[in-house]
Design a protein around this ligand. Structure first.
Ligand code: AHR
Length: 505
């Protein structure tokens, strides 16, 4: 326990955690609220392109450099017929979506999403319906997407105007199948068997694909982590990843800030528990394969406890779960990104949920403007600078105590290295400025390139259509490097990115 007021960190680039998979900075587009309609897709919008994709949204998505995007759900996928969303738009049926109690018009579907992915420079992470459907439809969708031609479904794709296969590499076997809220929820054995059979058929159609099995929908489930162990026991040889989800709530901004910001430690514990569970199954099955983790839904979801159904059922694309993020939310998102980086050896995919309007870094007005929420910034910085190798950092941080007496480090930090640049990400969770000393003698750091800071005097400050740049990053120039030792001060409640040139640059 460090009772001083200074944090001390040591970084040695020889101590590596692993190579960062760029897919750590993935996101998620679900047919929920205004994520698709009025978000990525809006006929008639001033910026809409020939496909009715909003170019203003595309620009921000490209700025974030999102390597992979999960689609089409979420809870939505568990009642979805993917065939409804292909072919001529005038012939696509409107359906009741029981997950969110809305009407789905199917004007945007699978092929449209693939076209959008190309425009957004992202790869699809396609989820299949294992709620109301099974192995047969799982086989069909892979045939439609990935088979070159000469069969019923691949020829249907060609007839729909897509001669080249979509070549979707990574697929999710359902969504949150342990949750009673899920359409077609299952026991671990029921789901494990269904996922195993679906996986076999999908890989028999295309052996090059990789698959994500549904882990527990949160570490708060009574069946966590036994669900994960049972599911993996059924599916281990057929899948490459087990999924994790978490959302941290802020009960309408009422949760005490120290407890709110401490929640990234729960994410760390959840990852540790799933790794231990996967490794237990690996040992039990005497498998040489290490299971990787896909943290394919994570974010702050402030009003999680509130019912998220629209007041008027069966509306088309109503405003649902449109959280407005504040400065303090950006701090927790930053700490969660640091946590994911800390496990870069096992967490290979992670998707901030979601991308546009629905608990999202990007917000839009239907027919109007689009802007960056506060949480856009840590995601952008991590995606831009957090590539290459994840490094072990030795941290000696002051702590604060929660009412349950848990000591919480005031400093959350992580380092990455790529092409002669060392990047240090840090969150100061404290109410005071935090002096920070970093021993970089082994790192060959030669100069400070920049120190980016995101902070705000008002922790409830948010960006809105009227004030889109209220919370934006700025640079500080008080960070010094001398004799391989870095000295700086992290502003109270701040997200920081310190970038350093190293020998060879
Ligand atoms: O991202 C919103 C919802 O949260 C998803 O549909 C579901 O998978 C999770 O419970």
């Amino acid at each position: 326990m460090n009772t001083s007021t200074t944090a001390k960190v040591t970084i040695d680039p020889d101590y590596r955690i692993g190579t960062i998979d760029p897919r750590l900075y993935g996101s998620f587009v679900e047919h929920l609220g205004r994520c698709v309609y009025g978000g990525v897709y809006e006929p008639g919008h001033a910026t809409a392109d020939a496909n009715c994709f909003r170019r203003d949204v595309l620009e921000l998505v490209r700025e974030l450099n999102i390597p992979i995007t999960r689609y089409p759900g979420g809870n939505f996928v568990s009642g979805y017929n993917w065939e409804d969303g292909i072919g001529p738009k005038t012939q696509r049926p409107a359906r009741l979506d029981l997950a969110w109690r809305t009407t789905e018009t199917n004007q945007f579907g699978l092929d449209d999403f693939i076209t959008w992915c190309k425009a957004a420079n992202t790869a699809p992470l396609m989820a299949i319906n294992l709620g109301t459907r099974g192995p047969e439809q799982a086989r069909d969708i892979v045939e439609y997407c990935n088979h070159p031609g000469g069969s019923l479904w691949s020829d249907r794709r060609v007839a729909n105007g897509y001669r080249q296969p979509h070549q979707i590499k990574t697929w999710c076997l359902g969504n949150e199948m342990d949750g009673p809220w899920q359409i077609g929820a299952k026991t671990a054995d029921e789901y494990g068997r269904a996922a195993c059979e679906a996986a076999k058929l999908m890989k028999w159609v295309d052996p090059t694909i990789e698959l994500v099995a549904c882990g527990s929908s949160s570490s708060g489930m009574a069946t966590f982590p036994q669900w994960d162990a049972t599911v993996l026991t059924h599916t281990y040889p057929h899948v490459e990843y087990i999924s994790l989800h978490t959302y941290y709530n802020n009960s309408n901004n009422q949760k005490p800030l120290p407890a709110f910001l401490a929640q990234s430690l729960d994410m760390d514990a959840q990852i540790g528990a799933v790794i231990a569970t996967a490794d237990f199954v690996q040992a039990k099955l005497r498998s040489p394969k290490s299971m990787m983790l896909s943290f394919d839904e994570w974010n702050v979801w402030k009003n999680l406890a509130e019912p998220n159904k629209p007041v008027e059922p069966w509306a088309i694309a109503p405003s649902q779960v449109q959280d407005v993020y504040t400065m303090e939310d950006a701090l927790l998102v930053g700490a969660m990104l640091i946590t994911l980086l800390r496990h870069a050896d096992r967490v290979k995919i992670a998707c901030i949920a979601q991308l546009v309007n629905v608990i999202a870094p990007i917000m839009t007005e239907t027919g109007g403007r689009c802007w960056r929420q506060t949480i856009f910034w840590p995601l952008l910085h991590a995606s831009k600078f957090g590539r290459g190798e994840a490094l072990q950092v030795i941290v000696d941080s002051p702590t604060y105590e929660l009412p349950d007496h848990r000591p919480i480090p005031v400093l959350e930090t992580m380092a990455t290295r790529e092409d002669g640049t060392l990047t240090i990400f840090a969150v100061n969770k404290g109410a005071e400025a935090l002096p920070l000393e970093i021993d970089l003698r082994a790192a060959g750091a030669t100069r400070v390139i920049e120190h980016i800071v995101l902070d705000h005097a008002d922790l409830k400050a948010a960006n809105t259509a009227a004030q889109p740049t209220r919370v934006v990053p700025h640079n500080q120039d008080q960070t010094r490097l001398e004799g391989g030792r870095l000295q700086t001060q992290l502003n109270r409640y701040s997200w920081n990115v310190v970038r350093l040139a190293t020998i060879g640059q």
